[in-house]
Design a protein around this ligand. Sequence first.
Ligand code: NAD
Length: 288
Amino acid sequence: MSYEITGHTVLTGLLGSPVAHSVSPMMHNESFKVLGLDYAYLAFDVDTQHLKTAVEGLKVLGVRGFNLTMPDKNLMADYCDRLSPAAEIIGAVNTVVNDNGILTGHTTDGIGYMEAAKDAGYDLTGKTMTLLGGGGAATAICVQAAIDGLKKIHVLNRKDTFFPRLQSLVDKINERTACQVLLHDLADERCLADCIGESHILTNATSVGMAPNTQDCLIRDPGILRPELIVSDVIYNPRETRLLRMAREKGCATFNGMYMLLYQGAAAFKLWTGQDMPISHIKQKYFS
Ligand code: NAD
């Protein structure tokens, strides 16, 4: 299939720092090629100091939209004209759509996680989740899971300076959705065991266990896991974290963060093009 940059090519891309390692350019450009769309996706190394100027420039250039990665996700929310309900609650965006100069910010990480759970065969509607972490990935998952109809979410985070902000975010989710979200101190081991005990799924949404610190794991006692529990990790490097290995050895079903990455991209792709990303092709080419 031919694929050329033309005078009509629509630009999309990624802003953040660093960005050179990202799989997003491959995933999007391959999808444009497969679907015959005259679009291109480029990665731009832009830190928070230069974000405003970069966004103004992209707006003038008429790009269709862009993704944001660290450290730009929070600041970008301030530069959007509109925010999706989920992005408004968490105050961060990873996808922007440009409609003739009107920038709408979305957060697709949570959508990516919920789609990954579906892909693994789990319908989490009405279920209870224990969610470890309170950073970008965790809050995106928490909001989307609440919107998508989970019954209860126990969020456990360390009591750092972010904890009070996390409590107000949890309060907002409780006000705006039917889901009951409870925030706990991650250091309380007894509480952690109780939360997991009443959950259908345990999700690590912290960076604990990510390469190169692959020996780290927030669950110290494998005895608090039981075979009926689904255990997932947002980390995809390594593919099997110490937590997932421990869970597998206890007989739990597990899934990692690979498909969360794929489906957050697919959600952005749909917002920009109106078309579905060719998922099985992209899975086979970049995620197998
Ligand atoms: P972040 O910095 O916003 O949040 C990090 C979280 O980890 C915080 O809640 C922090 O309290 C917790 N944490 C870190 N070290 C800890 C420790 N030693 N003990 C207890 N808690 C600790 O980062 P983020 O953007 O939320 O990313 C978290 C992880 O999610 C990273 O590994 C990232 O690669 C991954 N991620 C994956 C996807 C995906 O698509 N699969 C998307 C986004 C992020």
